[in-house]
Ligand binder design. Sequence first.
Ligand code: IMP
Length: 200
Amino acid sequence: MSKKKIKEIFIGSNNKGKLKEIADLLPKSLKLYSNLDFKIPSPIETGTSFYENSLLKAKYFSKKTKKICMSDDSGIEIDVLNKKPGVYSADWAGKKRNFNLAIKKVYREIYKKDKNWKKKKITARFICVLTIFWPNGKFVSKVGKIEGRISNIKKGKNGFGYDPIFIPKGKRLTFGELEPQKKYRIDHRFNAFKKIKKFF
Ligand code: IMP
């Protein structure tokens, strides 16, 4: 990897929720490129871990754009579901990425495991691996997590994906109810970003 501070970067994601959050984390002086300008289709995520998929995406977008590129692979692990949906978090939302369906599936799968689940604490965590990939082939990947539990009803209109059903540890509100700026300063993406921010 290069010792020079990064001055411009391509954010390799087609997920608007992630783009917004990543843009908020990065210094305002940085020149940002994203698929809002380039329209490059996402690669098929063939990896079986957050690390593999994060690296695969950052490398793919860097090769396509010839720029330094940052990608995120993330998802939610629910302990009672043996850490599912995990790397398949986006897939549970179907081809049209309908998270109402994904959340229904989460509730259905938890119910299959335990009919009394609403009276229990269903522990879960969000995980994010951020990778920076340089055109010379060097890369750095770092993981961030946030522990919490699954809310037994969907709450809040903020955020994206599974935000309306995730209550971070020590809080009463879901990520969907928290102000975006509050979520952005505690979550899995922020915790991964802290470990790579020296490159900017
Ligand atoms: P992928 O990294 O493109 O495979 O997608 C990960 C999926 O995990 C996203 O589509 C979201 O549904 C979910 N996810 C990741 N991070 C968050 C988050 O901060 N809030 C809610 N859902 C998330």
